[in-house]
Design a protein around this ligand. Structure first.
Ligand code: GDP
Length: 442
């Protein structure tokens, strides 16, 4: 996931703060210097970084904070809130038209991920909102584009409307008419891209916009291109006017700067993120949850939603209840691991568990083998031990390790991770409780 480097550096700056008792203004300023560098290294727009650090420093050096009982926690809370604000505050949904069909016009440069993510989005809305989507092939210049749309549409069982290499404006109009006649309530137009923004492209997009009056113009940008993605967003917004951004390729090793700067620079919100090449790899963008992930606090809510998608709703609801009540057990942990055979998916899921942040992962080396070990260790325990690992004494640890052919250190490491997960879950609950009180997150 993007943000790994940023996350590590910010958590390390916080660790230094936590190790001190009462904070001085100098302590805060030095932590803020580290955070500023970390943001710049993550390729966040310079002006955005400057404004961000100014705001946080002002808030964090206030007398109220420096004299409070846990100043380090307060500073973390401020950074969390400001990061959330920076990314747009709350999750922004796509515009739904009161008279169906809702037309979403997918635009973007070639290779950004427009076709794939248009299909992903159609698939997500079909699943989550029980919509009947239709994909419309308006990219007539790249012959492979229509074929590609049919392939992804076929995989998701979503029909594709096409008229070969005709006029894109006519195709868009005919596609919307076809949707009306056949009771499709959602139309996604896959428009053409170019390697660069040019007038001909913008004119074509403007014509489509004027003809079909889409409810949402969704720009797809490539997170891997960093600041360029932000420039592309500004240019499309000025020329065409966009409603939302889908930031694709957030799974790559991009440094995350684009996701942090876009809202502040363009004023337009990121509504979704693409997190992989598979057609299920898309998530609604929640600024508060992303801030929490960046700060190494995990993202229990997205984890629960993913769980809902991957297994039955009853189990997911049970999981959420346990998280809220601070009652996660190792059985739940193993259960989660068991749901995901795909190691890549597993990695991204693990990172959402509080305590399994970048720094914890760096130490624990969660690779496929380690995941297999974790499962084996949990399976070697008795059900009672899984529910309450604190009853596991030294001789039991030895037996458990022998039972799965591992070392006692492996068992200790897992128990330590679990303890951290519980601690972070408690923090998460405290934070979201406080957030709820003032009508914020949670
Ligand atoms: P278009 O030219 O804008 O329509 O781009 P495509 O949809 O053809 O995507 C270009 C490439 O990016 C393809 O190889 C996609 O599989 C890949 N891609 C799209 N979205 C993502 C994503 O979220 N993560 C990753 N890793 N790859 C993506």
């Amino acid at each position: 996931m993007a943000f790994e480097g940023l996350s590590e550096k910010i958590t390390s700056a916080f660790k230094k703060l936590k190790n001190r008792g009462r904070l001085s203004e100098a302590d805060v300023k030095s932590a803020m210097r580290e955070i500023k560098l970390a943001l710049l290294e993550a390729d966040v727009n310079f002006k955005v970084v400057k404004q961000f650090t100014k705001t946080v420093t002002e808030r964090a050096t206030g007398a109220e904070i420096l004299e409070s009982l846990s100043p380090a926690q307060q500073v973390i809370k401020i950074v969390n809130e400001e990061l959330t604000k920076l990314m747009g505050g709350s999750n922004q949904k796509i515009n739904i038209s009161p008279n169906p069909p809702t037309v979403i016009m997918m635009v973007g440069l070639q290779g950004a991920g427009k076709t794939t993510n248009g299909a992903k989005l159609a698939g997500l809305l079909k699943k989550q909102q029980q919509r009947r989507p239709l994909l419309v092939a308006c990219d007539v210049y790249r012959p492979a584009a229509i074929e590609q749309l049919k392939v992804v549409g076929g995989k998701l069982d979503i029909p594709v409307f096409e008229m070969g290499q005709g006029d894109p404006v006519e195709i868009a109009k005919a596609g919307v008419d076809y949707a009306k006649k056949n009771a499709y309530d959602l139309v996604l137009l896959d428009t053409a891209g170019r390697l660069h923004i040019d007038e001909a492209l913008m004119d074509e997009l403007k014509n489509i916009k004027a003809t079909v009056k889409p409810a949402e113009i969704m720009l797809v940008v490539d997170a891997m291109t960093g600041q360029d993605a932000v420039n592309v967003a500004s240019a499309f917004d000025e020329a065409l006017g966009i409603d939302g951004i889908l930031m694709a390729k957030m799974d790559g090793d991009a440094r995350g700067g684009a996701a942090l700067s876009t809202k502040a620079v363009t004023g337009k919100p990121i509504k979704f993120i693409g997190t992989g090449e598979k057609l299920g790899d898309i998530e609604p963008f929640h600024p508060d949850r992303m801030a929490s992930r960046i700060l190494g606090m995990g993202d229990m809510l997205t984890l629960i939603e993913k769980a809902q998608e991957n297994y039955d709703a009853k189990k997911a609801a049970e999981l959420e209840k346990k998280v809220r009540a601070n009652r996660l057990t190792l059985t739940d942990f193993a259960d989660q691991l068991g749901q995901f055979e795909d190691p890549e998916k597993m990695q991204s899921m693990l990172k959402m568990i509080p305590g399994m942040d970048a720094s914890a992962l760096a130490g624990a080396q969660v690779d496929t083998k380690a995941v297999g070990h974790t499962k084996a260790i949990i399976q070697s325990m008795t059900p009672k031990e899984r529910d309450n690992p604190s009853i596991i004494n030294f001789s039991r640890k030895k037996r458990i390790a022998a039972g799965c052919g591992l070392k006692i250190e492996d068992v200790n490491r897992l128990l330590k991770q679990f303890e951290m997960m519980q601690k972070m879950t408690r923090q998460f609950n405290n934070m979201s409780k406080k957030g709820r009180k003032k009508g914020g997150m949670g």
